[in-house]
Design a protein around this ligand. Structure first.
Ligand SMILES: C[S@@+](CC[C@H](N)C(=O)[O-])C[C@H]1O[C@@H](n2cnc3c(N)ncnc32)[C@H](O)[C@@H]1O
Length: 282
C-alpha cells in the first residue's frame, strides 16, 4: 500500500466497497488484490475509530452523484471524453462506456492503476476500455498545463466531462483553484464535477480529528478550503452545489447523519451552457 497522500485512495476505495447500494461501484472490490484487502480493511477501521465511522456514506454519496452526472453526459453526447484528475481507484471509465478516458494521478499511483487495470482486463474482470493513465503532479502549474495539452490532443474537439473528486483539498489554495478551473483548458468541456471542502466548514470537528490521524500516518495534513461563491465563479456560473445533507436527502430520502458529524464534502456540478447536451437545456 502506498503511503503519503496515496493512502487516501485506498481508504475511499474501501468506503465505496462498504456501500454498494449507494455507490453503485460494482468494481470497487476488484482494485485491491485479495492479499492486500485485509490491510486496507484494517486501515479503514483504524480511521473509522479515530476520525469518524461514516466515510462510507460520504464517499459513496459523492461517487454516486458523480456517476449519475457522467451517465447523463454520456447519454446526451455518446462521443464524450472522460477526464478524471486524482483518479485513485475510482472505476468510472469501466462502469460507463466512454470512447476514451484520461485518468491523471501522481506518477506512482497512475502506474499502479495502469498495471492493475491491465491485470483485471486480462482476467476479464474489467471490460476493454481505452484509458490513458497520465502521471502528473497537479499542484505544479507546468504539469497541469501538460495534462491540459494532452487532453486537448486526445479529445480533438469532442466534448469533455471533467471530474476532480476527493482531490483539491489536498492541494495548496491557488493550485486547488486552478484544478477546479482546469476543465476550461480542455477547449470543449461540457460538464465539470468537483468535490471540495467549503471554507464555512473549516472548523469542522471531524476534519480536526482527521488532521491528527493524517499526521500519525505521514499524510500531509494541510488542507485548502474554498468558498462556495469562489467555486461557482471558477466554474463560470451557478453550479448545482450539494453538501452531504443534500446528497443524503437525494439518495436516502432523509438526513441520517448531520454534516457536523461528517467530513463536509460538497460536490459542485457545472454544465457548460453553450454546448449541446443537458447543459444547453437548463
Ligand atoms: C482521496 S483520493 C481520491 C481518489 C479518487 N478520486 C476517488 O474518489 O476514489 C485522492 C487522490 O488524489 C491524488 N492526488 C493527491 N495529490 C495529487 C497531486 N498533487 N497530483 C495528482 N494527484 C494527486 C492521490 O494520489 C489520490 O489518488
Amino acid at each position: 500500500m502506498q503511503g503519503g497522500v496515496g493512502l487516501t485512495a485506498y481508504l475511499v476505495n474501501e468506503s465505496r466497497l462498504r456501500r454498494p447500494d449507494l455507490a453503485e461501484d460494482g468494481l470497487a472490490g476488484a482494485w485491491i488484490p485479495e492479499d492486500g484487502r485485509r490491510d486496507v480493511r484494517e486501515l479503514w477501521q483504524e480511521f473509522a475509530d479515530a476520525v469518524y465511522p461514516h466515510d462510507d456514506l460520504v464517499v459513496s454519496l459523492r461517487g454516486r452523484v458523480i456517476a449519475d452526472t457522467l451517465a447523463e453526459a454520456l447519454r446526451a453526447a455518446p462521443g464524450t471524453v472522460l477526464v478524471v484528475c486524482g483518479a485513485g481507484f475510482s472505476s468510472y471509465p469501466w462502469l460507463l462506456d466512454f470512447p476514451v478516458a484520461v485518468e491523471v494521478d501522481l506518477p506512482e499511483m497512475a502506474e499502479a492503476k495502469r498495471r492493475r487495470a491491465a491485470e483485471l482486463t486480462a482476467a476479464g474482470t474489467l471490460p476493454e476500455r481505452d484509458v490513458r493513465h497520465l502521471g502528473a503532479d497537479l499542484a505544479v502549474p507546468a504539469e497541469r498545463a501538460a495534462v491540459a495539452a494532452r487532453v486537448r490532443e486526445i479529445a480533438a474537439g469532442r466534448p469533455v466531462a471533467y471530474v476532480a473528486e476527493g482531490l483539491v483539498f489536498y492541494l495548496p489554495q491557488d493550485e486547488a483553484r486552478a484544478v477546479v478551473a482546469l476543465g476550461a483548458e480542455f477547449g470543449t468541456s461540457t460538464v465539470t464535477a468537483v468535490s471540495y471542502w467549503p471554507a464555512s466548514a473549516s472548523d469542522n470537528r471531524v476534519l480536526e480529528r482527521q488532521r491528527a490521524w493524517f499526521r500519525s500516518r505521514s499524510v500531509p495534513e494541510e488542507a485548502s478550503h474554498l468558498t462556495r461563491a469562489e467555486v461557482a465563479a471558477l466554474l463560470g456560473g451557478s453550479p448545482d452545489d450539494l453538501g452531504p445533507e443534500d446528497l443524503q436527502r437525494r439518495y436516502l430520502g432523509a438526513v441520517a447523519v448531520p454534516e457536523s458529524e461528517l467530513v463536509p464534502e460538497y460536490v459542485a456540478v457545472s454544465w457548460t451552457r453553450d454546448t449541446a447536451g443537458p447543459g444547453a437545456a437548463r
